[in-house]
Design a protein around this ligand. Structure first.
Ligand SMILES: *Cc1c(COP(=O)(O)O)cnc(C)c1O
Ligand code: SF4
Length: 403
């Protein structure tokens, strides 16, 4: 009989599913300096949440903290807390402050410079809020903020203004208000549970939300936007998978940015989610010094597919305050997409988008493969730069030469 998620209880059980050369691409993270902690505690997400690194003393146990990092911590933690799960901390390089996992989770002096062009709410998510906790920008789908909390506070977070701030916490009344809005708005067919990270909620609370949505006849898709696969894969317990399996179709969207994050533990959790019946997508952010490199992006995308996660978006880094040190040129993203198309599996190629400052929504940008057009004659180039001519039906071609 086929395996179910309940049959996968420990990492070794993956050996029943995947060949060795695939498993070998996903090294086991293990417990690092927490080697004396029992497996029971380590695999318990409440323990991981409780033991999060939130101060310099804790950080010093995991890595050799630099002066830049400790200065940046002192000056930033009031504004945007530090929070790192022991699991994610194990992935950090002890000595190298430029480690991609470290850059994403430990305060950096770059955060302290706020540019004139930076914005507190670059995507105008508050403006498009009909009720607290819902951003309704597109006709048929909404973002639903269910919590302000996340296991790891990503230094590049676009929602720094809210995330980690308990005063923005989605109280029960706000969740009920959001559900009531979605219920009364029958044009909505797709709800994206977001935050913070919705998996910071208890299974009971999450089930209440998902069950309520499933009872609405106009709701077709439910999406769970979560970075727990990356920062706290232990969160995905049997009880959560039972919920995911019970209210299908539930799509899970996650946020891997670097191959170092793609561990055996993450593969284990992704596999269990796939067995619970969900498709998965990945929303990567292009970050200078972390993944602004074709080979790194390609490796992430290849590994994602092995985890049954489809690369969905690469985001240009937003204009949120204090993340300008992470930003790349838009050209860099276009160059990466061009380096993927044709050179690797089409399934491995995400859409590169700029989420328009001011709330214009996601704008796809990419290389232009049309070289020129003249009447019904269109000259295209392929991935290798070779040119080819396509003749459109004459009666459909534009009259004038456009370019
Ligand atoms: C990204 C986003 C969505 C979802 O967009 P898709 O392209 O459908 O994934 C919905 N609402 C808002 C406000 C968003 O920012
Ligand atoms: S998990 Fe998402 S919402 Fe939470 S801090 Fe990271 S980027 Fe922000």
């Amino acid at each position: 009989m086929a395996l179910t998620y309940k049959d996968l209880k420990k990492l070794e059980d993956l050996e029943q599913l995947y060949p060795k050369h695939i498993l070998d691409k996903f090294p086991i993270a293990g417990k690092g300096v927490w080697k004396d902690v029992s497996d029971e505690d380590w695999n318990n997400w409440i323990w991981q949440q409780k033991k999060r690194i939130t101060n310099l003393e804790g950080l010093g146990k995991a890595v050799k903290v630099t002066k830049d990092e400790s200065d940046a911590f002192e000056k930033s933690h009031e504004l945007f807390h530090m929070g790192i799960t022991p699991y994610y901390a194990v992935l950090m390089d002890h000595d190298d402050p430029n480690c991609p996992v470290r850059l994403q989770s430990v305060p950096n002096p770059g955060e302290l410079s706020i540019l004139e062009t930076d914005m507190e709410d670059p995507l105008a998510e508050e403006r498009d809020m009909p009720v607290p906790g819902i951003t309704h920008r597109y006709p048929d789908r909404v973002l639903f903020y269910t919590t302000h909390n996340c296991p790891v506070y990503c230094r590049h977070c676009t929602r720094k203004r809210k995330v980690s701030d308990p005063s923005t916490s989605a109280a029960n009344a706000q969740i009920e208000g959001g559900l009531a809005y979605i219920k009364s708005n029958t044009k909505i067919r797709d709800v994206i549970l977001s935050g913070g990270d919705p998996l910071s909620l208890s299974n009971n609370k999450l089930e209440h939300i998902i069950k309520s949505l499933r009872e609405m006849p106009h709701i077709e898709m439910i999406r769970l936007g979560t970075r727990n696969l990356v920062t706290l894969p232990q969160r995905v317990d049997d009880a959560l998978l039972d919920i995911i399996a019970k209210y299908q179709p539930v799509h899970v969207n996650t946020h891997f940015n670097h191959p170092k994050e793609m561990t055996r533990e993450a593969l284990f959790t992704a596999t269990r989610i796939a067995l619970a019946g969900s498709t998965m997508g990945n929303q990567m952010v292009l970050l200078r010094g972390v993944n602004d490199n074709l080979e790194i992006v390609k490796e992430v995308c290849h590994k994602l597919l092995l985890m049954r996660i489809r690369p969905y978006y690469i985001y240009q880094c937003d204009l949120s305050q204090g993340i300008s040190h992470f930003r790349t040129s838009i050209e860099k993203g276009i160059e990466i997409i061009q380096g993927l198309r044709g050179w690797t599996s089409g399934l491995a190629i995400p859409h590169f988008v700029v989420d328009a400052p001011g709330g214009g929504g996601k704008i796809p940008v990419g290389p232009d493969y049309i070289v020129s057009r003249d009447g019904n004659k269109v000259i295209l180039r392929n991935y290798e730069g070779k040119e080819f001519t396509y003749y459109e039906p004459e009666e459909l071609a534009p009259k004038k030469m456009t370019k």
